[in-house]
Design a protein around this ligand. Structure first.
Ligand SMILES: Nc1ncnc2c1ncn2[C@@H]1O[C@H](COP(=O)(O)OP(=O)(O)O)[C@@H](O)[C@H]1O
Ligand SMILES: [Mg+2]
Length: 472
């Protein structure tokens, strides 16, 4: 296409200068060596330079990942190329080669900064996801095991919120990482959805064991009245803060003797701040939780009161293999979804059979939380870093193998078993050793591989095991 411009208007190319200068898009023109011949104002603004100083410099001085480099190399156009610059800005670029009288002479790039658009579209995606989740009628459906090992717990949780007689205070027991906090949050959403509490009512969570002692914990929970003792200020407690909503008291036994005050709130709906006289009415639902043996830790009256709504969560080791597999799948999906929303990358994560077996059979002292962490760290170890992924690559397969599994707890878990070495049963450790041996590693190499995972075995102990396997 030939553009004809009246000469009078086009003296010194001024008209083009004005047009290019007014464009919101950046424009760069380089010669065949990549030296900038022209940059418009938007381009200069993007890199915080001025147009004059850019001319004569190599394009990479300002745009390290310029699409023009590709144009110069291939002498072909590139369209809609997404470039993520090191400082995180995202550009959409078009680049075309420049031929003058049929001779390749350089290239022209036009581009837009879409950082903000990208950010907004990711935010939109996550909002859509949140919306889709919040539309689900039954929040408990998303909890893995709601139909299996947690069936009883979920039923009680629902009943304690939505009984016709009104909501009831309850207690959730379970080892650390078994899902106590998760259930409490699900109960809150359920209460909101059922109209038991008003939408947007407070959900206040506090771990009573985090305080130096039970007196300080009680001051936080119940508040203090001025002058009650030296240095005390007038301060409402979390009980008042949660008025109209739910107070989740984790490790509630750590309230010690102040549990009587908790009992009072539960029985009468009245709270008295520490050192105060006045009783205040509060309308709250209290969910207590504990990882301890409640019968020993709670004062008997409180125990009796709460035991009617005792929600018990089993440890991970008591869950079926099928549920563990579902949990694995759940955490893998979460990982994939996060790569997608963060970087727009479609990850496909696959575990080798051996890795999966070891993962599912291992023991996790910190239950699902630790299981989740081991899975995430294994995927991290198997996947490339985002900085090593080309801009155009959108689909990545990640194969997680035994060498990516890092269980801190291996040491604790296996040391007793190592001592009494005649159980005869194939353990996870045995499988790991066999796998490494199968890959051609000898006892010394296996010992050093295991060491990296925190398992300390002498090479002769490994040799002994290898011999034993062959005998079986
Ligand atoms: N049944 C489950 N389904 C899905 N995720 C779970 C389940 N139970 C626990 N989790 C996850 O495990 C982690 C630990 O759970 P959490 O509620 O914090 O445990 P606790 O409060 O008992 O220490 C959280 O990331 C939680 O989302
Ligand atoms: Mg918790």
């Amino acid at each position: 296409m030939r553009v004809v411009v009246n000469d009078k208007f086009n003296s010194n190319g001024e008209i083009f200068h004005t047009i290019l200068g007014a464009l919101r898009e950046g424009v760069n023109v380089v010669d065949s060596k990549g030296i900038i011949i022209y940059s418009n104002k938007s381009s200069a603004d993007y890199v915080k330079a001025n147009m004059e100083e850019m001319v004569g410099q190599h394009i990479t001085k300002y745009y390290q990942k310029a699409a023009l480099l590709e144009v110069l190399e291939t002498q072909r156009p590139v369209y809609d190329k997404k470039i993520i610059h090191d400082e995180g800005r995202v550009f959409i670029v078009n680049g075309i080669p420049l031929f003058i009288n049929g001779i390749f002479s350089g290239g022209v790039a036009t581009f837009r900064d879409i950082t903000e658009i990208e950010r907004l579209s990711k935010r939109l995606e996550s909002l859509e996801l949140e919306l889709a989740q919040s539309k689900m009628h039954d929040v408990f459906e998303t909890i893995i095991g709601n139909d299996g090992s947690l069936k009883d717990a979920v039923n009680k949780a629902k009943r304690s919120i939505a009984s016709l007689g009104g909501p009831r205070h309850c207690v959730i027991v379970g080892e650390t990482g078994t899902g106590k906090t998760m259930i409490a949050k699900a109960m809150y959403s359920f209460a909101e959805r059922m109209g038991v509490i008003k939408p947007g009512s407070p959900f206040i969570e506090v771990n009573c064991a985090q305080f130096t002692n039970s007196d300080i914990a009680a001051m936080e929970v119940f508040g203090t009245e001025k002058g009650s003792f030296t240095g005390a200020h007038e301060k409402p407690g979390l009980v008042e803060g949660a008025d109209g909503g739910i107070l989740f008291l984790d490790e509630a036994h750590a309230l010690g003797t102040h549990q009587t005050m908790l009992l009072k709130v539960i029985e009468s709906g009245l709270v008295r701040r520490i050192g105060g006289r006045k009783e205040r009415e509060v309308d709250i639902l209290i969910i207590t939780a504990s990882s301890k043996n409640l019968k020993e830790e709670f004062i008997p009256e409180l125990y009796q009161r709460l035991a009617q709504y005792l929600i018990e969560l089993p440890p991970l080791s008591a869950r079926s293999l099928e549920e563990k597999e579902k949990l694995l799948e759940f955490f893998v999906n979460l990982y994939q979804a996060s790569a997608k929303s963060r970087y727009g990358i479609n990850l496909k994560i696959i575990f080798t059979e051996t890795a999966k077996n070891i993962l599912l059979k291992a023991k996790y002292e910190r239950n699902i939380r630790q299981f989740r962490d081991v899975i995430n760290v294994a995927i991290d170890a198997a996947a490339p870093l985002v900085s090593n992924i080309g801009n155009d690559i959108k689909d990545i397969k990640v194969l997680v193998d035994v060498e990516h599994l890092h269980f801190k707890m291996f040491e604790e878990e296996y040391s007793p078993e190592i001592k009494q070495d005649n159980s005869g049963q194939a353990s996870t450790l045995d499988e790991l050793i066999k796998d490494l041996n199968f890959k051609g590693l000898g006892p010394r190499k296996i010992a050093s591989e295991l060491k990296k995972k925190g398992i300390h075995l002498e090479y002769y102990q490994i040799a002994y095991r290898l011999k034993k396997y062959k005998m079986i």
